[in-house]
Each structure stands twice: as structure tokens, then as C-alpha cells.
Write a protein that binds this ligand. Structure first.
Ligand SMILES: C[S@@+](CC[C@H](N)C(=O)[O-])C[C@H]1O[C@@H](n2cnc3c(N)ncnc32)[C@H](O)[C@@H]1O
Length: 404
């Protein structure tokens, strides 16, 4: 079992010190003791929300007898099509606390409630977070908002995308996908660090997929400017599927970088051929994305499209939340399991056996299957994971071979 408890200040100091020894210096700064402790606080907060959902929709009763996720969903009278993946995630998540006993048999995992459900106090956790580092609070607000609608979602009364992306909730996303959000900003700083490390020298034509509200692009452009590589950018094409995000992202970037004449903005759906959306085959030197490619409906298709868009020798760099093992249940999945494209993509037995985030090995398999070579990770979570099983931020990169 993973350790599931809020770290004390001294333990967090120690973990931050050990992390600083192993992380590349370029990206180590944000992984402070406050970051480490905040991660465990948010873990605890999400567990509190998960337990409230578990009770509210009758999962506690339904798990008194051993059952697979499907059986428990049926016993609780939830909508099987959408509830199976989130309920299995909830069972695994609560299982980390030792109150659900998993057993394997007939190719399936069964769960049985064996302990008393703990009484966690989300309000106290949130107050502690407020004192420690209030920049994490947008993540708390988002998770709490989602938790309120979870029962209706699991019962099939509301669609997840409508819960997450109703126009009234745009503010939640503006605050969440932000370099001012301590939880989220590390995805952007690790991605920007990887670009600095791996962007080939010379004129660069960059396409960003799922650029959203522009916080990832901001971090990259800031980093390239600091590194004296601004002049290498021939074009930075910022693309996004959701029109309201694209408009805000464009506005944010044009305001912050008025001198960036290389910026272009376009709507783009990575589930459709890129060539018919203005990205000519072989025309791009770098494709970039932050926490986007794992929601591709068919990962193999999207990676092959990216491969085709790249010039020979061109690179894909993606910053992703990464499972350190296939059993790793990551706190933000509580939120994103509401999205069908997140929880139920087209599966592939070798590299996409389930929805959600991928492991390092699954990324490697998916990229190689699409023809990429020279798959790298930054930092290399395969080396870190034995000592830091919950460290889940990393960039993955791969190259289209020069002769392909
Ligand atoms: C984690 S967010 C990226 C946030 C962004 N880096 C920022 O700073 O705001 C993932 C983005 O992928 C977009 N997305 C989802 N499905 C997509 C698709 N099929 N094609 C392109 N983008 C998509 C979402 O709208 C969202 O903006």
C-alpha cells in the first residue's frame, strides 16, 4: 500500500531535499517542501470528497459483499455506462487506506469493505492549505464543485462534460490552468524545461495542441526568452479545440507578449486529421502539448497524425501527468473521470489498456507504435519512482527519424 497521510513539515523538508538532489536543476525550484506537503494535503482533501461520494451514492452498502466494480455499480443502482470507470477508481483510491480488501480471481478484481470509513475533515485540510500555500486553493474549489455533482453524474442524471464545462464554470478553469496555481504550474515549468533541453537548435516552427488558456505557452515563451532563444522561433501556432479557451488563451498571450510577431492562433481538433486543419505534412519542427494528448480519442491515430505533421528529425514534446505504475490512482483523476474522452478512449492492449493517464512504458509503447524513435523522459520517472512513487509530473519526448 502507498503511504496515505499528510506529511509533517520535517518529513516534507526531507523529501524536498532528496528531490532537489535527483531532479534536473532547471526544473527543481518549484518542488519545495511546501509543494510536497501541499500534494499530501490535496491528496487527503480529495480522499475526503471521495468518501463523501462513496457514502452518498450507496457504494459503502454495495461493497459490504465482495464485488467487481461492475457488480458494485449494479448493486448501487448507478448508470453502468459512465459509472464503471469512476467507481473502479474510487474503489482503488479508498483501497489505499486499507478499508477495502481487493481480491483477484477469474481475471477480475473484487473489492470488499472491511473497515470503518474514516471521518476526514475537508474543511480543516483546506484551512491548513490556506496557511501553507493559498495558490493551491483553485484546485480545492474545482474538486469540491465537481464532488457536489458526482452523485448525479454516477446515477446518469447529468453528463460529465456539462458539469465540468458549463459556461458559468469558466472561471474555475481560468484559475486552475494557471501558472499562479501551485498544483498546476509544475506541469508548465517541467514542459518548458523539456523544450529548452530538447528543442533542436535553429529556426523552429512550433505547434501547440490543446493550448487552452495559454499558461503552458506562457511558460515556454518565457523560458525561451530567458535562454536567449527567442530569435529561433519562426512560428508558434497556438491551437485549441474549445472556442472560449482559444479566445482567452489568445488574449492572454497577445497581452503578455506584444512583440511576439511569430504567434498564430487556430482552432484544431487532435482527433481529426491535422492536414485538413492547416498543418501540412512535414511542416513542423516541434509539436508541444501540456496534459492534452492523453485525452485523444484514439491515441494511436493522434500520434500518427503528429508524426506526419513533423518534418523528418522533428520532435514531439508533451508534458503529462504520468502514473508511476499502472495501479497509481492520481488525485486529479477524480475531476477528469467525468470526461468521456478521459475515461473511455479507444483502447489498445499494449499501450492503452485503460483510459486516464499513462505510465512511462505505455507512452514509450504508444510513441514507438506510431513510428517515433529516441523516446526520452524529463525527469526520468522510471529512475525516480522507487523512491518517489507519487511524483507524477514529467515530459515525454520522441523524434521522427530523419529518414522517415
Ligand atoms: C490540460 S488542458 C491544457 C491547458 C493549457 N496548457 C493551459 O495552459 O490552459 C487540455 C486542453 O486540451 C483541450 N482539448 C481537449 N480535447 C481536445 C482535442 N480533441 N483537440 C485539441 N484540444 C483538445 C482542452 O480543451 C484543454 O484546453
Amino acid at each position: 500500500m502507498e503511504s496515505v497521510r499528510v506529511l509533517g513539515a520535517a518529513e516534507a523538508d526531507e523529501m524536498a531535499r532528496r528531490l532537489a538532489e535527483v531532479l534536473p536543476p532547471r526544473i527543481s525550484a518549484p518542488f519545495t517542501s511546501a509543494f510536497v506537503r501541499s500534494s499530501t494535503l490535496f491528496d487527503e482533501y480529495v480522499d475526503g470528497l471521495v468518501l463523501s461520494v462513496f457514502r452518498a451514492v450507496g457504494l459503502a452498502e454495495a461493497a459490504r459483499e465482495p464485488g467487481t466494480a461492475d457488480e458494485i455499480v449494479r448493486r448501487a443502482g448507478l448508470e453502468p455506462g459512465r459509472a464503471r470507470v469512476p467507481v473502479e477508481w474510487i474503489l482503488r483510491r479508498i483501497g489505499r487506506r486499507g478499508i477495502l480488501e481487493p481480491s483477484e480471481g477469474g481475471g477480475a478484481t473484487r473489492f470488499r469493505l472491511i473497515g470503518k470509513l474514516p471521518d476526514l475533515d475537508p474543511l480543516a485540510v483546506r484551512e491548513e492549505q490556506r496557511h501553507l500555500d493559498p495558490s493551491w486553493l483553485p484546485s480545492y474549489v474545482l474538486a469540491e464543485t465537481v464532488a457536489k455533482d458526482y452523485p448525479a453524474f454516477l446515477r446518469g442524471e447529468r453528463v460529465g462534460e456539462e458539469i465540468l464545462f458549463s459556461p458559468l464554470r469558466l472561471r474555475l478553469w481560468v484559475d486552475f490552468f494557471s501558472n499562479d496555481n501551485g498544483l498546476y504550474a509544475v506541469n508548465n515549468s517541467v514542459g518548458a524545461g523539456a523544450i529548452e533541453e530538447w528543442m533542436p537548435r535553429g529556426p523552429a516552427t512550433i505547434v501547440e495542441l490543446g493550448g487552452g488558456l495559454g499558461s503552458g505557452a506562457t511558460a515556454v515563451l518565457d523560458a525561451l526568452r530567458r535562454a536567449g532563444r527567442w530569435g529561433e522561433i519562426s512560428e508558434y501556432r497556438f491551437t485549441e479545440l474549445v472556442p472560449a479557451f482559444l479566445r482567452r488563451g489568445q488574449n492572454a498571450l497577445q497581452t503578455r507578449f506584444p512583440d511576439a510577431s511569430f504567434l498564430r492562433f487556430a482552432s484544431l481538433d487532435m482527433n481529426r486529421p491535422l492536414g485538413e486543419q492547416g498543418v501540412a505534412p512535414g511542416s513542423v519542427s516541434l509539436v508541444y502539448a501540456v496534459n492534452t494528448v492523453h485525452v485523444a480519442r484514439d491515441l494511436g491515430f493522434t500520434l500518427r497524425e503528429i508524426f506526419q505533421a513533423l518534418a523528418p528529425g522533428g520532435r514531439l514534446v508533451i508534458s503529462e501527468c504520468i502514473r508511476t505504475t499502472s495501479a497509481h490512482v492520481i488525485y486529479v483523476e477524480f475531476i477528469f473521470n467525468l470526461m468521456e474522452t478521459f475515461r473511455s478512449p479507444v483502447l489498445n492492449p499494449s499501450y492503452r489498456p485503460n483510459g486516464g493517464f499513462l505510465t512511462p512504458e505505455q507512452w514509450q509503447g504508444a510513441l514507438q507504435a506510431a513510428g517515433f524513435v529516441d523516446v526520452r523522459m524529463y525527469p526520468d520517472l522510471r529512475r525516480l519512482r522507487a523512491d518517489f512513487p507519487d511524483f507524477c509530473v514529467g515530459a515525454v519526448s520522441a523524434r521522427r527519424p530523419a529518414g522517415a
